[in-house]
Design a protein around this ligand. Structure first.
Ligand SMILES: [Ca+2]
Length: 487
């Protein structure tokens, strides 16, 4: 056999009494070690990675985004952050809040309705500005109330068109009613209270039993005595707010000695007819010179005032005040010292509770809620999250990796697959199959050692060069972990 070596791939040719035998280098098999063993037959590649065979080993070619020796690290997750507020239709600068899983619009002052679409406050600026409301709601007895804020002395607040016209006016800083009954002298009543201080004042007009009453700021009523006629309930006529169209002025109320009707300049808020709040922007007719909201900072009874462009001003109340104009006294809110983190504080008697935003739980909404799909999914050093496809997946803390975040990145272990050898005097014994194990060569932070953390005893069969064979139980490392270093 001199000069011819049938053993391939640098294997050693061992002469036997009869013939020879090739002693293969790790990774090769076959009688002449001619075959590169397919190491991918048993591989640990994960997440659909492709296994590429190599000599005595293999490589995992990861799918896009995955990483790690075995492609065990999923891509950094992009959580689909959806909120009920994504679909919210809050209008007029309103903020959307999630309350008990439902979107809730928090309206700026001057707006109301579930979408803050109703405009209940207007700022009249022009000299011909007015709003027109249908007066169909006025019956034999009527209660009309509104709030006004102005620093002007004169202007029309309300005008009821009729053959017996009725006007509610600002006159020299006071409020007055004028009722012009045809063929009778003008009748008038004035409020004691003056209202031209820039703050909101409540003005109420009561029509009842042949009498008209004026109430300002819940004070005592000023009554226009027994009237010759009940004020009209003619449904076809109009109710004007803040001014009167010039054509109506001409045909309307007689001019008294100290009367020249002019438009009201200032803010009008919460016009109610028989208790029903009127949407001032839904009015059938309005002219230029009217802005939604109130744009005068003087309306804030207390606190800071903030201009909000198209939506007017908003009042930021001190802790003791509430309401859109900070004109209501409040008990100190227990939410002032709220510890709610990802949630809303809900006052409860003298205490409060936290109403958690979606995905959070705990007394202070400080813990991420475990999604349903994560039940029973263990993440040793990380947090379970649900991927876009609904699968639970561990999101590891820095320094950890692996499917269950159990592997320290500095101590991942290196996969080895090789034939084991046992050298005996005059005899070499080799395991009959390649043994898959993990080596832990690296170190960990904090003075710890990277050492086998999971192992398994396995029976390995050896075949020796002299033809004999035996088996031996061997401890095989499966995973590495950081541990105290052996002394
Ligand atoms: Ca191979």
């Amino acid at each position: 056999m001199q000069g011819f070596d049938p053993c391939q791939h640098d294997s050693k040719c061992l002469p036997l009494t009869k013939g020879y035998r090739c002693e293969c280098l790790p990774g090769y098999v076959g009688q002449h070690c001619e075959q590169d063993y397919n190491d991918c037959l048993e591989n640990k590649c994960q997440h659909g990675a492709e296994c590429v065979d190599a000599v005595n080993g293999y490589t995992c070619v990861c799918k896009e985004g995955f990483s790690g020796l075995f492609c065990e690290n999923p891509p950094p997750m992009i959580l689909l952050q959806t909120s009920p507020c994504d679909q919210s239709e809050c209008q007029n600068g309103a903020q959307c809040l999630v309350m008990a899983g439902e979107p809730v619009c928090r309206c700026l002052s001057g707006f109301t309705g579930n979408k803050c679409h109703k405009i209940v406050t207007v700022h009249l600026l022009g000299k011909d500005a007015y709003l027109e409301l249908s007066s169909a709601k006025i019956r034999n007895s009527a209660h009309i109330s509104l709030q006004v804020a102005t620093d002007k002395d004169n202007g029309i607040l309300l005008y009821k068109e009729d053959h017996d016209p009725l006007a509610l006016e600002l006159y020299q800083g006071h409020i007055r009613i004028i009722y012009d009954i045809a063929n009778y002298p003008l009748t008038t009543v004035y409020s004691v209270e003056s209202v031209n201080d820039g703050l909101f004042h409540t003005v109420e007009l009561l029509i009842q039993n042949h009498s008209l009453s004026l109430v300002v700021d819940k004070g005592s009523p000023k009554r226009l005595g027994k009237l010759p006629r009940q004020p009209s309930v003619d449904h076809s006529t109009q109710l004007y707010i803040g001014g009167i169209p010039s054509a109506v002025v001409a045909s309307g109320l007689r001019s008294g000695p100290d009367r020249s009707p002019q438009a009201f300049n200032g803010c009008i808020h919460n016009v109610r007819i028989n208790g029903e709040l009127q949407d001032l922007w839904a009015a059938p007719h309005r002219v230029e010179g009217i802005l939604p909201g109130c744009h005068s900072c003087s309306v804030c009874a207390q606190g800071a005032c903030r201009q909000r462009g198209e939506t007017g001003v908003s009042c930021e109340c001190p802790p003791s005040r509430s309401g859109s104009l900070c004109d209501q006294k409040t008990a100190p809110s227990p939410c002032q010292s709220s510890r709610c983190i990802h949630g809303l504080c809900v006052p409860k008697a003298s205490s409060y509770s936290c109403q958690c935003a979606e995905g959070y739980t705990g007394q202070y909404c400080d813990r991420r809620e475990e999604p349903q799909a994560c039940r029973g999914h263990q993440c040793r050093h990380g947090e379970c999250r649900v991927t876009g496809s609904g699968e639970p997946s561990c999101h590891c803390q820095p320094g950890y990796t692996g499917l269950a975040c159990a592997t320290d990145v500095t101590c991942q272990g290196e996969a080895v697959r090789e034939l084991l050898k046992r050298q005996q005097p005059m005899n070499t014994c080799t395991s009959t199959s390649k043994i898959h194990r993990v080596e832990c060569p690296r170190a960990c932070d904090g003075g710890l050692c990277c050492a086998p953390s999971k192992s398994r005893r396995r029976k390995v069969f050896f075949k020796c060069t002299d033809g004999s064979s035996f088996s031996e139980e061997i401890e095989i490392t499966l995973e590495c972990g950081c541990a105290m270093c052996p002394l």
